[in-house]
Design a protein around this ligand. Structure first.
Ligand SMILES: CC(C)(COP(=O)(O)OP(=O)(O)OC[C@H]1O[C@@H](n2cnc3c(N)ncnc32)[C@H](O)[C@@H]1OP(=O)(O)O)[C@@H](O)C(=O)NCCC(=O)NCCS
Length: 182
């Protein structure tokens, strides 16, 4: 018998047909499923955590929708003038379509509305796709949390945007948004 190792092609999606909206309670089941594709067990939130978070006034959760299907999700917490990007994921089959890019930019816009001027997050040091995405939005490496991820002992990089009001950062953001056609 011959086994052919085929990797399905990711879907090509016209970004103008992708919309971003607030996460609803009815999305949680789908988000929980997408989360399992994107994160290890130690990083996975329970559906109940999402229920709690959707009621948290200091938090905002968004989903990306294509053809009525939730294909990505992301969240933030704000504390005073700081925003923490808590989670961001795109369905495996829909990656590489700028949906993560769009979600991140929308999360940052939401964070300004909540008073944030600085942004931070933790990312696995080997997560090249996410590292590149955050770099594109001007996040810089500030510190390491050693052995932060208990599944494999991997370090977390702590990234920051120090001033989202700085004109040069706004220019960068606007260029990224324009490239998304928004
Ligand atoms: C990180 C993630 C959200 C990116 O989503 P995506 O929709 O596939 O990414 P996009 O198509 O929007 O790409 C945006 C940018 O991300 C970077 N990027 C995305 N995929 C990449 C890859 N495979 N290799 C290198 N860079 C990549 C690039 O900078 C890209 O910009 P460019 O195309 O102008 O170069 C997605 O890979 C994912 O869900 N990963 C698993 C969950 C995760 O790691 N979340 C982040 C935790 S901190």
């Amino acid at each position: 018998m011959i086994f052919v190792d085929t990797i399905p092609e990711p879907f090509r999606v016209p970004l103008q047909e992708v919309s971003i909206r607030k996460m609803w309670a009815s999305d949680i089941e789908t988000v929980a499923k997408l989360q399992r594709e994107s994160f290890s067990k130690v990083e996975t939130w329970s559906p109940q955590s999402y229920v709690t978070e959707l009621a948290n006034k200091s938090a905002a959760y968004l989903v990306a929708v294509y053809q009525e299907r939730v294909v990505g999700f992301g969240g933030i917490w704000t504390v005073m003038d700081e925003v923490h990007i808590t989670i961001l994921g795109v369905s495996l089959a829909y990656r590489g379509n700028k949906i993560g890019d769009l979600l991140l930019s929308e999360l940052l816009i939401a964070s300004w509305g909540m008073g944030a001027t600085r942004a931070t997050l933790e990312v696995r040091e080997t997560n090249d796709a996410a590292q590149k995405l955050y770099e594109k939005y001007g996040f810089v490496h500030v510190a390491i949390r050693k052995a932060y991820y208990s599944d494999n002992g991997e370090n977390a990089d702590i990234l920051w945007i120090n001033d989202m009001l700085a004109p040069e950062w706004r220019d960068l953001f606007e260029r990224n948004r324009a490239a998304l056609g928004r």
